[in-house]
Design a protein around this ligand. Structure first.
Ligand code: PMP
Length: 457
């Protein structure tokens, strides 16, 4: 396997100085997302630089990026081509209104994305995040049926433990219970069961059992009536809930049931898109083409916020054909920053890097080694399951009674002190190394974790 450039660059001394100047009082105003703000202030973890596979912390120490940021900087940090493209766009056209006006890079990027999405998903709507992509996809599905004269066909079905971001649509269709609780009434949705089965523990790649769980959809359709259901929305592989890999045949079966009942299938590929599974999309890996496919994260290698939703001709046509007036908009939806010039520039550069350096193939090549090293940790104290697909992996840690999530958090904090940035979620420790990782990096990550995991209480 050819080794990849690591983009070592000096860390800006200015950012380290700025971090040092931040007092506890200076840290009050910024309400940090998805964070225990109280805990952070007691053990601050400030990042001041990134290059290749490493972050630099404020004390100058390097932290290996075991999750490609948040699964989004998969092509390695500090890619000079991407930085240049962003700077050039900022100088040329820092902002362009995306409603009724456009700029060339928006069209270029839509065409570029279309080259990678499965055949038939040829129309691309730009957003600024995975959450916005999820809610856009939900509105497209509902709007599609309304335009086809079936407005009552507007319920969504998601899956328990599914994650589709944090906006109201995605929170409703999503199935991570703590994320849904405490916000009052959400959008009415149904949920299929998740596919984490006891008998599949320690499976390598797609587990053997559970394809029949897709048949629960048939039951839900019978109960609610296909005429009330707009779409089923799932991640081909759930990442945020702890790398839940679909059982063999499950997605194919789900797709067949959707087709049979004239229900749209939405794949949320925000995390899996652009190479994470060793294929450009999960849709390609599983040979299942959805009607709507959402993206974000790797599309710009995490450098500028951006998301996208690709749809079929049939869906696109339904919107294009139903406008009564020449100047009327076909879809009353969009964001001030849709197709932002800097994001489009970053996207074009990132996808060029991905293609030029053969990074999807590299992820596929490294995946079997990653799988072996992860599964070598089987038998260690506290580890009750290991799951993986492509360059995504998770260790499930036995929960402490009454203190869910504590052990993975302790592991992540200990890993930080040992030079690894590690992400925890629920009762899992999640790994998603950059596609430019070397085998020695995988060894190092696994060795450090093998030391830490059994050592916690
Ligand atoms: N969908 C999926 C499948 C995701 O993994 C994520 C982010 N982890 C999102 C949506 C939300 O993306 P964002 O945080 O960019 O809003």
């Amino acid at each position: 396997m050819a080794s990849q450039p690591q983009f070592q660059r000096p860390v800006s001394s200015d950012w380290r100085a700025r971090a040092e100047r931040l007092s506890d009082a200076d840290m009050e105003a910024f309400w940090m997302p998805f964070t225990s703000n109280r805990e952070f202030k007691s053990k601050r973890r400030l990042l001041v630089g990134a290059a290749g596979c490493y972050y630099t912390a404020e004390d100058g120490s390097k932290k290996y990026d075991t999750l490609s940021g948040l699964w989004c900087a998969s092509f390695g940090h500090g890619r000079p081509e991407i930085a240049e493209a962003i700077a050039e766009a900022a100088r040329t056209l820092d902002y362009a209104p995306p409603f009724q006006y456009a700029h060339p890079l928006g069209f270029e990027l839509a065409n570029r994305v279309k080259q990678f999405t499965p055949a038939g998903l040829d129309h691309v709507f730009f957003t600024n995040s995975g959450s916005e992509s999820a809610d856009t996809a939900i509105k497209i599905a509902k709007g599609y049926w309304a335009r086809r004269g079936r407005p009552e066909k507007n319920r969504l079905i998601g899956r328990v433990k599914g994650y589709h971001g944090v906006n109201v649509g995605g929170t409703s269709v999503g199935g991570i219970e703590p994320n849904r609780a405490g916000f009052g009434e959400l959008m009415a949705t149904g949920h299929l069961p998740h596919t984490l089965l006891e008998e599949n523990r320690f499976s390598r790649g797609c587990p053997e059992h559970g394809a029949d769980l897709a048949d629960v959809l048939e039951q839900q359709i019978q109960d609610a009536g296909a005429e009330t259901i707009a779409a089923v929305m799932v991640e081909p592989m759930s990442g945020s809930a702890g790398v839940i890999v679909p059982p063999k045949g499950y997605l194919e079966r789900l797709a067949a049931i959707c087709r049979k009942h004239d229900i749209l299938l939405i794949f949320d590929e925000v995390l899996t898109g652009f190479g994470r599974l060793g294929a450009t999309f999960g849709a390609e890996l599983f040979g299942v083409t959805p009607d709507i496919l959402t993206m974000a994260k790797n599309i710009t290698n995490g450098s500028v916020p951006m998301g996208a939703v690709a749809v079929t001709d049939a869906i696109h046509d339904a919107f294009m054909e139903t406008s009564p007036l020449e100047y009327d908009v076909e879809f009353r939806h969009g964001y001030t920053y849709s197709a932002h010039p800097l994001a489009c520039a970053a996207g074009l550069a990132a996808l060029d890097v991905m293609e030029r350096d053969g990074l999807v193939a590299r992820a596929a090549e490294l995946a079997p080694y990653f799988e072996d090293q992860l599964h070598n940790l089987k038998g260690l104290k506290h580890i009750v399951d290991i799951r993986n697909l492509g360059l995504a992996g998770a260790f499930q840690i036995e929960a402490l009674p009454g203190e869910p999530g504590k052990r993975p958090w302790q592991i992540a904090m200990a890993a930080w002190d040992r030079g690894l940035y590690v992400r925890f979620g629920g009762d899992t420790v999640q790994l998603g190394p950059p596609f430019i990782a070397e085998k020695a990096d995988i060894d190092h990550i696994c060795n450090v974790l093998a030391d830490i995991i059994p050592s916690i209480d």
